[in-house]
Design a binder for this molecule. Structure first.
Ligand code: AMP
Length: 288
């Protein structure tokens, strides 16, 4: 695939700018990949962008802290932002465009939202009731704005990925969803823009999430029953005084329905507070 990082990456702010550029690309018969992000990019985002650059002629990274997916009292204002660093990062990886709208460019007194039933009730949806309506709405808008052929999502946000796949299936969006594995720091912590909230002590304490994930993977491989598995993972987290569990659950990987035993393709997912910072991690296990 031709890389175009010899060119300066195009920065777009408005829906119209994106549409005009994509129309020109499509006229040339070029394929378009989309990587939706909230910015403050790290190597986790980088892995999605690299894969998109491999698969497509042109790649659009959207860089937008989407207000509709934050509930009252959540970290919308505090969410870290560094557009100049993001722009340089995307350019280095060969993306063709970075779309960085203002909230007013995306939402003008909206009355239409995209909702998904069932899959958004549990896991993160239980403590973040408006979150997935905001995600589905902004992702639908980005699909419609960019007309991308493929969109790239991280397994890190496993519930989001399952929801987006089901939404695309149910609403017949003409787009392929590509899932990318979780990228971790050398010591195991899943990369996240929110890791920047952690103090030095909390950063160390946050390792209990990946420790529990690795322990869970090992135990499921050895045939441990679902309840014992969740108890064991809970114990690993429980040993860390700065950690408070929001949830640890085992669900069906596609429809996210709770399971009381390990069967088929399962998702083991957790959210844990380290101090005030809520972190998530997960793994997928498929019976062979
Ligand atoms: P965010 O900016 O946190 O909304 O994430 C944008 C996209 O990057 C989502 O599809 C995430 O799942 C993905 N992502 C974030 N962190 C990671 C990671 N550590 N590994 C893989 N993908 C990630």
């Amino acid at each position: 695939m031709e890389r175009n990082n010899a060119h300066t990456i195009l920065v777009t702010k408005t829906v119209q700018q994106v549409r005009d550029q994509v129309r020109a690309w499509k006229k040339e018969g070029l394929s378009v990949g989309l990587v939706p992000t909230m910015g403050f990019l790290h190597q986790g985002h980088g892995s999605l962008i690299k894969k998109a650059v491999e698969d497509n002629d042109r790649v659009i990274v959207s860089d937008f802290v989407n207000p509709t997916q934050f509930g009252p009292g959540e970290d919308l204002e505090a969410y870290p932002r560094d557009f100049e660093a993001d722009r340089a990062f995307c350019q280095d990886l060969g993306a063709a465009m970075i779309f960085n709208p203002e909230p007013k460019d995306m939402y003008q007194d909206p009355k239409a939202y995209v909702n998904i039933e069932g899959l958004s009730d549990g896991l993160c949806g239980a403590s973040r009731p408006v979150h997935f309506r905001g995600v589905c709405t902004v992702v639908s808008k980005l699909f419609n704005i960019t007309g991308a052929d493929r969109a790239y999502f991280g397994q890190k946000d496993a519930q989001q990925l399952a929801i987006v796949k089901k939404m695309v299936e149910d609403l017949n969006f003409p787009i392929e969803i590509v899932a990318c594995p979780i990228v971790r720091e050398a010591d195991g912590l899943a990369m996240s823009s929110r890791n920047t909230y952690l103090s030095k002590e909390e950063r160390q304490a946050a390792l209990c999430l990946s420790k529990a994930i690795f322990k869970g993977q090992e135990s499921i491989r050895e045939g441990m029953a679902a309840k014992d598995l969740l108890d064991l993972m809970g114990e690993v987290i429980g040993q860390e005084p700065l950690a408070k569990i929001d949830y640890i659950d085992l669900v069906d990987a596609r429809m996210l329905e709770p399971l009381d035993r390990v069967q088929g393709k399962v998702l083991v997912a957790m959210a844990v507070y380290i101090g005030k910072t809520r972190l998530i991690d997960n793994f997928i296990w498929e019976e062979k």
